[in-house]
Write a protein of this length. Structure first.
Length: 132
């Protein structure tokens, strides 16, 4: 793990629709800005080299996690990365992240760490963690 940058600002907006032009959205997701009384108070961003044997991202410094975002920085045609973690109910979860895509995980158990595994070779990933 190595720091991604000294400063970071992330804004997330998502729109879900059955129409490709999003003219009739089913739902729009735009969370409120950070609120110290209710939101996370610790943020970390890392560059992690996911390898075929698995690379552990330590999340145990947090009491709880609000969001984990993993971006697979491989170019098109590169290797997939599997993000494996436990949810708050301590149930094992995993998600395959295609090259150039990202996975957003709002339900990750902090005490269980995050494991990033490349399907082959070494794949650079950006990891953003928000928690308390």
């Amino acid at each position: 793990e190595r720091p991604l940058a000294d400063y970071l600002k992330i804004e997330v907006t998502a729109t879900y629709s059955k129409k490709s032009d999003f003219s009739s959205p089913k739902a729009t997701f735009k969370p409120d800005p950070y609120n110290p009384a209710t939101g996370p108070d610790e943020y970390d961003a890392y560059i992690v080299d996911a390898v075929a044997g698995g690379s552990t991202v330590n999340t145990t410094k947090y009491d709880s996690l609000d969001t984990v975002i993993v971006k697979n920085n491989a170019a098109s045609g590169g290797s997939n990365v599997t993000a494996a973690f436990q949810n708050a109910a301590a149930s094992a979860q995993s998600q395959v992240i295609a090259p150039g895509k990202q996975g957003v995980f709002p339900d990750v158990l902090a005490s269980a760490n995050l494991l990033l595994t490349a399907a082959s070779g070494t794949v650079e990933c950006e990891v953003f963690i928000a928690g308390t």
